[in-house]
Design a binder for this molecule. Sequence first.
Ligand SMILES: Nc1ncnc2c1ncn2[C@@H]1O[C@H](COP(=O)(O)OP(=O)(O)OP(=O)(O)O)[C@@H](O)[C@H]1O
Length: 284
Amino acid sequence: MTDNKLLEVEHLTMRFGGLVAIDDLSFTANTREITAIIGPNGAGKTTVFNCLTGFYVPTEGRLTLHANDGPRLLERTEGFRIPRNNGVARTFQNIRLFTGMTVLENLIVAQHNRLMEASAFSIAGLFNLGRYARAEKEAIEKAKFWLNKVGLYDQADWSAGNLPYGSQRRLEIARAMCTDPSLLCLDEPAAGLNPRESAELNILLQSIRDDQGVGCLLIEHDMSVVMQISDHVIVLDYGRKIADGNPEAVKNDPAVIRAYLGEEEDDELPPEVAADLNVDPNAH
Ligand SMILES: Nc1ncnc2c1ncn2[C@@H]1O[C@H](COP(=O)(O)OP(=O)(O)OP(=O)(O)O)[C@@H](O)[C@H]1O
């Protein structure tokens, strides 16, 4: 067992009726590392996130988060308590901001739990000005820090729904970071980004890993992002793990290349995926 082990997934299985979306999956993710989960469409990647973040209760398996004060079993924690009690935050494949609120408000709402604690969960607590005012000031400072970090300081008062698409993606990451997670789960953060935005995203995620010391789990189809910033890559196919290792080893693994190419004669890899996996897109 390494000292920096953050997440341990053991024998995770998730069935939906007769469909086995995740089949006996085990892997570990470390703190201060980016662990990518890749695989073809329908491989079960988002289902892993949904199990980790309490959206689904796994059919079988154990999900242990090694928090500073000891191990926590995520599958036994009520979903809504997972961010607050266990320090797991996520972003979504389809962006889910509070579009009617401002950019700043999105980041303050993310700190609701801490503010409620400062209010002692009562109106009277709100008038305990010292404690609540201090917590509110800290919440605003944290929001400002992340607005700067994701380059949205000047748009703080914009309605979140009016931000361009790439900015909405960055705001979602900032919102997740305002909960002070130890594990950040990112579901296709580069989807729909142009190459410049993708490059900026790489820098942001590396900084979250290196400067904030957070462990990141990354689902991503953009292989240029995966191969450039991941420390560790796990490959799923039909819910099973078919490879687990560093990016270089994984991209040369025949099982991975086969999973992306498929078995059909007319299957072709998109050129950019082929380039990143080091294969001839027309090879069979
Ligand atoms: N709530 C659900 N009910 C029934 N089947 C589900 C449910 N959620 C996921 N599935 C099925 O589980 C399988 C894995 O889905 P999942 O969304 O996890 O794949 P994925 O690897 O994230 O795919 P993509 O890359 O397309 O997002 C799919 O066959 C999907 O249809």
